[in-house]
Design a protein around this ligand. Structure first.
Ligand code: PNS
Length: 162
């Protein structure tokens, strides 16, 4: 069947940093499942179907990926999908503590599951979905942050929303 990895996240909205990590993971594994979290406690800017739609458009060129929604525990979902690893991007030191905590929790819940951190591309070191939201809400240019094909959809939704 080949080795399967999961790239989990909220992707609200997807950024060029996410696409970079997904693309690199797709070269390391036979299949990558991009798992978009349904979080009932958060009110996302883009609903689950919109987030999946944006991701699908931006990853058209990557053949070995599947984009799905998930809720519940990532560790359980990974087991259900026979995934061997979770792949995440690590930006600055500030990401580390939270990511380390999640990786250890997932390891405890599913000892077979490895977490692999890819160093964020230096271009995207500072990039996050919340920063994209903030810049766009004030009418700033987000063209260096989101895939060009998604610019209008993302910008028009976020502009003027704070
Ligand atoms: O893009 P995000 O919001 O940083 O992604 C966080 C995500 C989806 C990876 C994380 O919240 C998650 O795995 N949630 C599922 C619930 C879970 O498994 N929790 C236990 C591990 S902390």
């Amino acid at each position: 069947m080949g080795k399967i990895a999961i790239c989990p996240g909220s992707f609200d909205p997807v950024t060029l940093g996410h696409i970079d990590i997904i693309g690199r993971a797709s070269k390391m594994f036979d299949k990558v499942i991009v798992a978009v979290l349904i979080n009932p406690n958060k009110r996302p800017s883009f609903d689950i179907n919109e987030r999946i739609g944006l991701l699908s458009e931006a990853t058209k060129g990557i053949k070995n990926i599947e984009i799905v929604s998930f809720d519940g525990l990532l560790a359980d979902y990974a087991k259900e999908k026979n995934a061997v690893a979770v792949v995440k991007g690590l930006r600055a030191v500030s990401d580390f503590e939270y990511e380390f905590q999640m990786a250890l929790t997932n390891k405890k819940l599913n000892p077979e599951l490895e977490t692999i951190f890819l160093t964020a591309n230096s271009q995207y070191m500072y990039l996050s979905s919340s920063m994209v939201k903030q810049v766009a809400s004030f009418g700033g240019d987000i063209s260096d942050f989101v895939p060009a094909c998604l610019y209008d959809k993302i910008y028009n939704r976020l502009k003027g929303v704070s």
